[in-house]
Design a protein around this ligand. Structure first.
Ligand code: DGJ
Length: 556
């Protein structure tokens, strides 16, 4: 992946003159002080208190935030693991136990405790759906299945899933979510502890590829709504291949029933990524996006902080729509979600699958900013953060079940510690397109980048450049901070530099390791000799994370 050259000589000159590398300063954005997303150069960033913010986060288990007492010993653990943000659940059944009677005491406790530990919150609205099903709706919703009808499968059996074909369910959910957002504005509109909302959780139909209740069957055999057809026509040249191909197969019809426009629905073939026709999933994506878009809209009318949806991904073991929640915000139906739910700022992958890099790429399409609200918290899972930050302008990373993982000596704590020190440089590098990153777990893998006028190769560290690997995994990020100058953090990593000028060789003028204290670079050892592979490679040993600065020169 190539990046543009570092190109702010004024800032660089100032840094060089000062003789130190200090964290970039941002002027507060006065126009909109509530948390919001903002395009900063090459990246879309989350702005908190007027400054870009990188969420070094973790998501609590589903039931933890239902008890303030239970959370008490957890908060200090999260702080010790260097988190700056916690993803915590707020459920419809607990805030509205009786229709129209709200109880926000748990929300208030969460906000109070997060503040006590100097942390931000992303609140997860478990409303109509959580992992496809509707177990978090209040009892008055659960039991009134006439007013709040269930989705039905092919045998006409009711599923424990509120049907998207019910305005009553949508409006009741939207009302509760609006009340929640109104309350958050009241108690937190000044302090901004709550920085973002997740609307529902892993929505979609589980147990069948689509809802087959009477209203659903009728809608399926009616024309595709005009709003969606208009969107497709307007965006025809930029549609993602999945939807483009499905529409093309039917001859780009401008009207017709769902199967006329997108083809007769068929189960995926053995390799489920070869989608031939997945009309049921497209149909449900439209339904869920419209419903959830309306819920988000009601919330934003009260307090418009960023809102996202998360997806249970198609994968080995659950490749077919209905085995994963059909119609959820998966990568293949991103176009449909963008058309149906403009109020949603981001579609996010719950990323537990092995093809981490491909999923990051898919979710970065259509200008969708990347936030990973759930992922693996084991050491090899955690270090994916370096790749996502460096290559996809990641806005935040959040291993699931954080209270199990958050130990002061965990890989997560170590990663978050170094990343928190480098955050201003990371955010600036993302905005300027002067950053790259890697997570390598095979000896011959290589990530290539062009930064600051140099060609970089990031590889697993070897004894000598071509000797045996010294490490089984490597991770790191590198940022061009000035002319011929780079800052990097890494572990088990080797970075090789070259230029595109024939016969030009790159040498190390100086290499320093160091740390940042209050944003100021404090140099440690000057590295040379074996520590820079005799001038042939920038070396980050496998033991722990090392932060280093290099100044390069070129010779013939
Ligand atoms: C994904 C869900 O979104 C989470 O709430 C949780 O249930 C995890 N799966 C469990 O692995």
């Amino acid at each position: 992946m190539s990046k543009v050259n570092y190109c702010n000589p004024v800032i660089i000159a100032a840094l060089v003159l000062a003789g130190t590398l200090s964290a970039p300063a941002y002027s507060a954005d006065q126009d909109n002080t509530i948390p919001h997303l903002s395009k900063q150069g090459a990246a879309t960033q989350l702005m908190v208190d007027g400054k870009p913010f990188l969420m070094l986060a973790g998501e609590l288990h589903n039931s933890s935030s239902s008890s303030t007492e239970y959370m008490k010993p957890i908060w200090p653990k999260l702080a010790d693991a260097n988190l700056n943000t916690v993803l915590a659940v707020v459920t419809w059944d607990l805030i509205e136990p009786q229709e129209g009677k709200f109880d926000f005491s748990l929300v208030d406790d969460l906000i109070k405790d997060a503040r006590r530990y100097n942390m931000r919150l992303v609140l997860l609205w478990f409303g109509s759906w959580k992992n496809g099903v509707s177990t978090y709706v209040p009892v008055w919703v659960k039991t009134d299945f006439t007013r709040f009808p269930r989705a039905r499968d092919a045998k006409d059996k009711a599923l424990e899933i509120l049907s998207t074909f019910s305005d009553a369910s949508r409006d009741a959910d939207a009302k509760a979510f609006a009340a929640l957002m109104r309350h958050i504005k009241e108690v937190d509109g000044q302090q901004h502890t709550v920085i973002m909302m997740q609307v529902e959780n892993e929505s979609g139909v589980l147990g069948d590829s689509r809802d087959r209740c009477k209203a659903a069957n009728e809608a399926y055999n009616k024309p595709v709504p005009k709003e969606l057809m208009d969107y497709l026509q307007k965006h025809k040249d930029t549609l993602l291949p999945e939807i483009h191909n499905a529409w093309q197969a039917g001859g780009f019809k401008t009207s017709g029933t769902w199967e006329e426009v997108f083809g007769v629905n068929k189960p995926h073939e053995k390799d489920w990524r070869n989608r031939s026709s997945f009309t049921d999933e497209i149909f449900m994506a439209w339904q869920y996006s419209r419903y959830i878009g309306r819920v988000a809209e009601a919330g934003k009318a009260e307090y418009p902080i960023p809102m996202y949806v998360n997806a249970w991904l198609d994968q080995e073991g659950c490749p077919q729509p209905g085995e994963f929640p059909s119609g959820g915000p998966l990568a293949e139906v991103m176009d449909i979600w963008k058309a149906g739910a403009a109020q949603i700022d981001m579609l996010c992958p719950d990323l537990y699958v092995p093809d981490f890099e491909a999923r990051c790429e898919w979710y970065s399409r259509l200008g969708n900013p990347l936030f990973i609200p759930e992922t693996r918290g084991d050491p090899n899972g955690v270090i994916n953060i370096f790749y996502a930050i460096g290559q996809h302008n990641l806005m935040g990373f959040s291993p699931f079940g954080i209270e199990r993982i958050a130990e002061p000596n965990s890989e997560l704590a170590k990663c978050y510690s170094v990343l928190s020190k480098l955050t201003p440089f990371i955010l600036e590098g993302q905005a300027k397109g002067t950053i790259t990153g890697a997570m390598l777990d095979g000896p011959n893998q290589v990530e290539k980048a062009q930064l600051g006028g140099y060609n970089l190769e990031l590889r697993i560290l070897r004894r000598w450049v071509s000797g045996p690997p010294e490490s089984s995994v490597a991770a790191g990020i590198v940022i061009a901070t000035g002319p011929d100058e780079f800052l990097a953090v890494g572990k088990g990593l080797m970075i090789l530099f070259s230029t595109s000028t024939p016969d030009e060789i790159v040498g190390f003028a100086t290499v320093e390791e160091g740390i940042f204290i209050d944003g100021k670079w404090m140099p440690g050892r000057r590295l040379n000799g074996d520590e820079i592979i005799s001038g042939r490679g920038w070396r980050f040993p496998g033991g722990g994370y090392s932060i280093q600065k290099v100044k390069l020169y070129r010779y013939h």
